[in-house]
Design a protein around this ligand. Structure first.
Ligand code: OKP
Ligand code: ZN
Length: 344
């Protein structure tokens, strides 16, 4: 399968992540992509395609216009304010602070449009986010034009980005933008399978009321894991979307046997739905050595589940999300693609 990739991901190179009360170099770093392309090259799978420019229409079909405008100017507003570091939110609308009015000043805007505080906005972050959605859209078109599968090597990731909030290292929801684009290109029903360790709260929120996009997610139980407030099994969709969201929250130290059983249930839901195309939000932070996650998948398990996903027998778009064991991220990611191709 082809890999859509651009060096413009380097434009996202934030220096700070608020983690455990200190500012650390972000877990979501550019070397993640270098390890993946190195492994693709090593196995002779590096068939790369540059992204095309899809403009803003596919973004505005998913995200709130005020949110997009904020992201496009946030770094400039922050820099103009005279602050020395990168842009980190410090205040939020909450149960005791009204959300009726959108502030004008940058600290207020950050609090209004952020869902978490670890994702510093830095110079170039917006440009990288734009390139990342173009990577997903270009790969979506490869699949819609007849390729069995395509790999969108997105960075920054996207599945935490909701209609109008960024956070969890995500700005624009690449998988959601691509899935919606596939709907417009003739796939009547699209399934999204989110195998990242973290719940794809953004993707869930975006499609929560829709019956044309099924969202299935396997993730660390929100009782114990980021994003903490969404991803419970009783969230099943609303209105027309009732029954079109399926969450599989899994416990601390879940081994592949447990994870794989949930995957099989999720794949069953996708088969029952009758999808015309599949989007996989591919995070490999389920790995046993991931520094910020708590599942116990081994490298060979990624090959195995790639094969199980191929068994869905659907045109498949893989969209890169998380994975922070940087030394092994290439092996684990390419194992999924290899396992898929061997079984497809
Ligand atoms: C992004 B993606 C752990 C803090 C977690 C944010 C994690 C974002 C994950 N103590 N911070 O889903 O891989
Ligand atoms: Zn994750």
């Amino acid at each position: 399968m082809k890999t859509v990739f651009t060096e413009r991901h380097y434009l996202r190179n934030s220096k700070t992540e608020l983690y455990g009360g200190t500012l650390v170099r972000p877990f979501e770093c550019p070397e993640r992509i270098e390890f993946i392309t190195a492994e693709l090259d090593k196995r002779g799978l590096g068939d790369y395609v540059e992204p095309a420019d899809y403009g803003m229409d596919p973004v505005l079909a998913i995200h709130d216009a005020g949110f997009v405008d904020f992201l496009s100017k946030a770094w400039q507003l922050w820099a103009d304010s005279g602050y020395k570091g990168e842009a980190i939110p410090t205040v939020w609308p909450s149960r005791s602070l009204s959300v009726d009015r959108i502030p004008k000043q940058i600290d207020g805007l950050l609090g209004y449009y952020a869902l978490a505080g670890e994702t510093s906005i830095s110079e170039g972050s917006w440009e990288a986010a734009l390139a990342s959605k173009d990577v997903a859209l270009t790969a979506a078109d490869l699949v819609m034009n007849g390729d069995r599968a395509a790999f969108a090597l997105c960075r920054p990731p996207g599945h935490h980005a909701s209609t109008s909030q960024f956070g969890g290292y995500c700005f624009l929801n690449n998988a959601a933008i691509a899935a919606n684009h596939m709907r417009g290109k003739g796939a009547a029903k699209v399934a999204i399978l989110d195998v990242d360790f973290h719940h794809g709260n953004g993707t869930q929120e975006i499609f929560y009321n829709r019956d044309d996009v099924l969202f299935v997610s396997l993730h660390g139980d929100p009782v114990d894991a980021f994003p903490h407030f969404l991803g419970y099994a009783d969230e099943t969709g609303a209105g027309a979307g009732e029954g079109f969201t399926a969450n599989f929250p899994l416990p601390v130290a879940a081994p592949y046997e447990v994870w794989g059983a949930a995957l099989d249930e999720g794949l069953k839901r996708i088969a029952d739905f009758g999808a015309d195309a599949l989007v996989v939000s591919l995070g490999v932070d389920t790995f046993e050595k991931d520094p910020i996650s708590f599942f116990k998948l081994r490298s060979q398990d990624f090959t195995d589940y790639g094969g199980r996903i191929a068994g869905a027998n659907l045109p498949t778009l893989f969209v890169m999300e998380g994975g922070y064991a940087v030394e092994e991220i290439g092996i684990n990611t390419v194992n999924v693609l290899d396992g898929f191709e061997a079984a497809a």
